[in-house]
Design a protein around this ligand. Sequence first.
Ligand code: MG
Length: 386
Amino acid sequence: MSDKRHIAILGSTGSIGTQTLDVIRQHPDRFEVELLTANTSAALLIAQAREFSPNAVVIRDEKCYREVADALADTDVKVFCGMDSICSLVAADGVDIVVAAMVGFSGLRPTLAAIRAGKTIALANKETLVAAGSLVTALAAEHRVAILPVDSEHSAIFQCLMAAGPNRPVKLHLTASGGPFRTWPRERIATATKAEALKHPNWDMGAKITIDSATMMNKGFEVIEAKWLFSVDVGQINVLVHPESVIHSMIEFADGAVLAQLGCPDMRVPIEVAISYPERLPLDGPRLDLAAAGALTFDRADTDRFPCLGLAFEAIRRGGNVPCAMNAANEAAVKAYLRDRIGFYDIAALVGEAMSDVHYIERPGLDDIFDTNRETYDRLAARLGL
Ligand code: MG
């Protein structure tokens, strides 16, 4: 890389966003921050804008606009608000790479805008591929846009594929920590509190993805994400519970050989791999000490105690707009769970119901996807008083 890469970060105040800025902070000669966007975290967005001097920032919530604009009035940073601003700024000439790290379905629109503008996508927002995988990958192919995974498992597979050269794997092994309830019996999981569900053993992440990890819906999303990113059948994807989170995922070849990618659980590595591809840059941080780690253990995933994982396999097998409905129902149900409105297994029950109730569309267009998302989410939100 000779020139600096100009980065837009959608969701810069979240877990992935702040860690992306940490990678950039370590390599100011390689990266330039072009655009930062946040939902409502005005104070952190202001601090980030002051440190990284982007061309522009967008605060999505209009109520926060004045606060951000006033605080940055003495700088050259342009301040905007709203989703439409995000979608137009992400397509601006100055942007090379878009780190899509918004939470949930809301990441879809700006990611589509970035793809249409030919930007390289570093994708952390897995819901984009869950809800609209066929459309997003087709659009990326049409615009010759690379979608580079930021999710640790998919980055691991991507790194293994780089090592594989022209050889295609016959199977992908996605590892899963198993979340905080890995060893709990079903009866105990049923009464799990929000605080217990939010205690992830290995990864420090945002609230939504942490609950998705506890239900293993996150792993289900990752199965769908892997299918689209690597153009494999869902039958070629195996979920393997690996509580130590040392092996981040593996690929298996037709001759039986398996390649794995290992490391400490540090999201800055997959972020760095994505934004510096095809190079690798030095990063500070913990180093893997396998002697200290001792034994690595593995187990099959249990879809009886974690029904959301089974629902995700069902959703992608049925295809069409079913994964979109699943994602929308999960978004509403997780929000209700975080507000103590429903119990832990109600999340899976509500998702399963929404998948049965959805008006099935075999080949949905983008409008169908937005309609399915809104209808499913709104119906559930009304019922749950969100
Ligand atoms: Mg992951």
